[in-house]
Design a protein around this ligand. Structure first.
Ligand SMILES: Nc1ncnc2c1ncn2[C@@H]1O[C@H](COP(=O)(O)OP(=O)(O)OP(=O)(O)O)[C@@H](O)[C@H]1O
Ligand SMILES: [Mg+2]
Length: 255
């Protein structure tokens, strides 16, 4: 889905207009959007996810022998799980080392199986862009490490394993705080059939996990796929993955 497709929902959240595409992940697109108020322009980021991403995904699921009602349930459950994650992310809002999720809306397609999910986030500078434009000092790297550890401490508090710590999910604010994003939005690594078998066309990209993430090289917990952010029952279980990854990711940034 391109920028014009999502523009049909303008004014988004009653006020915002999409201005440009920032980038694309394996689950949807991120746009810049803005709104005017008394002569002041405000900017925000919009993550837009369409489920299923296209007709061929529906056909693929149907080819597995599901009827229309089961297909609706199948994709609908995925959307519901995403929405549960928004509740979690809104708990993390207001912490200076975590990307703020401000608002979301789920719009069901009329006359077909499908949903568009719009998520408003604070607009930040991705780490990759920042490092291209600025010289990064040893002190900056230390600050980055400390800020990411703060974000992961918060994850631990809420029993979240991030599992997708990588430069594309690290940002810097105008105030110079490093922030970790994409809590839960990568959660399923693809829609899963019962038995955790991924739908072939929507499997994670093979390179979706950074090579610096130790979890890319060994399996996660039972029934989980690498890269899936998850909420676990016990703090002890939540501890290892993100924590291990940070040091290696900082090294992996080749700053
Ligand atoms: N709040 C934000 N402000 C500015 N840029 C953002 C924001 N959130 C995401 N981006 C940028 O938009 C691009 C797409 O992000 P997205 O999260 O969809 O994919 P990704 O993290 O690169 O990959 P994947 O989702 O496949 O793991 C990335 O380059 C990311 O840095
Ligand atoms: Mg991301």
């Amino acid at each position: 889905m391109d920028i014009n497709y999502y523009k049909q929902y303008e004014p988004i959240f009653g006020a915002w207009r999409i201005t440009r595409l920032i980038g694309e992940g394996s689950f949807g697109k991120v746009f810049e959007m803005e709104r005017e108020d008394f002569g002041v322009t405000y900017k925000a980021a919009l993550k837009a996810i369409t489920v299923p991403a296209n007709e061929s995904e529906v056909r693929e699921v149907m080819a597995e022998g599901m009827d229309e009602a089961s297909v609706r349930d199948y994709f609908g459950t995925f959307v519901q799980d995403l929405v549960k994650e928004f509740a979690l992310m809104s708990k993390l809002k207001g912490n200076s080392n975590v990307v703020s999720y401000e608002n979301h809306q789920v719009i069901e397609h009329k006359g077909g199986i499908g949903w568009d999910i719009l998520i408003q986030m604070e607009l930040l500078t991705p780490l990759n862009e920042h490092t291209r434009k600025h010289t990064i000092t040893r002190q900056d790297v230390i600050r980055l490490g400390i800020d990411l550890c703060r974000a992961l401490e918060l994850c631990q508090k809420y029993n979240i394993i991030h599992r997708d710590v990588k430069p594309e999910n690290i940002f810097i604010s105008d105030a110079g705080d490093y922030k970790l994003g994409d809590f839960g939005l990568r959660l399923h690594g693809g829609y899963l059939f019962p038995g955790n078998r991924a739908l072939p066309s929507v499997k994670r990209k093979p390179d979706a996990l950074p090579s610096c993430c130790p979890r890319a090289h060994h399996p996660c917990g039972p029934g989980e796929r690498p890269g899936k952010a998850s909420v676990r029952g016990s703090p002890a279980a939540a501890q290892p993955c993100g924590g291990e990854a940070v040091g290696d990711c900082v090294k992996g940034l080749r700053l």
